[in-house]
Design a protein around this ligand. Structure first.
Ligand SMILES: NC(=O)c1ccc[n+]([C@@H]2O[C@H](COP(=O)([O-])OP(=O)(O)OC[C@H]3O[C@@H](n4cnc5c(N)ncnc54)[C@H](O)[C@@H]3O)[C@@H](O)[C@H]2O)c1
Length: 184
């Protein structure tokens, strides 16, 4: 198993884990909190002070979220940078050629790739994935899943829906699996 993304997913995830907000919006109440506009950069600077996402987990500062689970469960991840990144996080690879090489390395041996609401990274991964690997592209915009197929990722299955809905249904279905399937 491996995880690919950009600076954004990690920053949003870490802001939520540390402060319960995403770009200053309270994730439970759906309202912006006082001074929340700073949370984004506060999250980045907290990780920068620790040295890396893994170091923040080791130091007990990051205690939940997608990135925390990756570190705790030793799921290798690659965060590919872009020109619009805030910070970036120390783990975000801003040398695009190195980021592409990291992505390609992690794709080796994959037999299923889930692409969740990112046109940029879905098309990037699709372009460097060999034929025969199953891809499921989830996006609320039909043009994105079509674009992925149009650019040559013919094996991709498009699911046009809200990613939150998709993930909660996926978790429910996975929880139903027991025995040998649960260990796969
Ligand atoms: N903070 C940072 O450093 C930073 C850096 C880069 C991007 N970002 C932000 O992160 C986000 C993702 O970046 P990206 O480069 O992957 O953008 P992108 O435009 O390539 O992809 C985002 C995709 O999400 C889809 N989407 C939106 N709402 C959805 C929903 N509810 N369910 C399913 N799909 C949905 C859109 O249709 C779009 O295809 C953007 O909002 C971007 O502004 C932040």
């Amino acid at each position: 198993m491996a995880y690919w993304g950009g600076n954004a997913i990690a920053v949003h995830d870490i802001e939520q884990a540390l402060m319960g907000t995403s770009l200053g919006m309270d994730m439970q109440r759906g309202v912006s909190v006082h001074g929340g506009h700073r949370h984004h950069l506060k999250a980045i600077n907290t990780i920068r002070r620790c040295g890396s996402i893994a170091a923040a987990v080791d130091q007990g500062i990051l205690q939940s979220g997608v990135m925390y689970e990756c570190v705790k469960n030793q799921v290798p991840f690659s965060l590919a940078g872009s020109i619009r990144d805030d910070g970036p996080l120390p783990d975000t690879q801003m040398d695009l050629l190195k980021a592409q090489a990291d992505y390609a390395h992690l794709i080796e041996g994959a037999d299923l790739i889930l692409m969740l609401s990112t046109m940029l990274h879905s098309i990037g991964v699709g372009n460097m994935t060999p034929a025969g690997v199953k891809m499921v592209c989830v996006d609320i915009n039909p043009a994105v899943v079509t674009k992925l197929s149009d650019r040559g990722s013919l094996e991709s299955v498009g699911v046009v829906t809200d990613v939150g809905l998709f993930l909660s249904l996926l978790v429910t279905q996975l929880a139903k699996l027991t025995g040998e399937y649960a260990r796969v």
